[in-house]
Ligand binder design. Structure first.
Ligand code: ZN
Length: 88
């Protein structure tokens, strides 16, 4: 089971000022990362939120459909049975 922990990283521009303090200025851009390997690349913050929402929804749907794998397996078994039947 793939775990999905989706994180939006806002990209800030760091400016080092005299005296050593660093100012982190928002750039309006962000990156979406997920523990499943998703990497959106640099997108706008609005897009990042959409990508994260879509990804969470897709992940939730995948989790709530445990019968899907069984259905695919059944389909494969049926196709194999037909292939064996045709060879006789
Ligand atoms: Zn994910």
């Amino acid at each position: 089971m793939v775990e999905h922990t989706t994180v939006i990283h806002g990209i800030t521009r760091a400016t080092t000022h005299r005296g050593g303090w660093v100012e982190h200025e928002p750039t309006g851009r962000a990156v979406v990362h997920c523990t499943c390997g998703l990497d959106s690349g640099t997108v706008t913050e609005t897009q990042a939120v959409q990508i994260a929402d879509d990804h969470r929804r897709t992940a939730a749907e995948a989790r709530s459909a445990p019968d899907k794998r069984g259905y695919v397996f059944l389909g494969t078994a049926t196709a194999a049975s037909v292939a064996i039947w045709l060879r006789r």
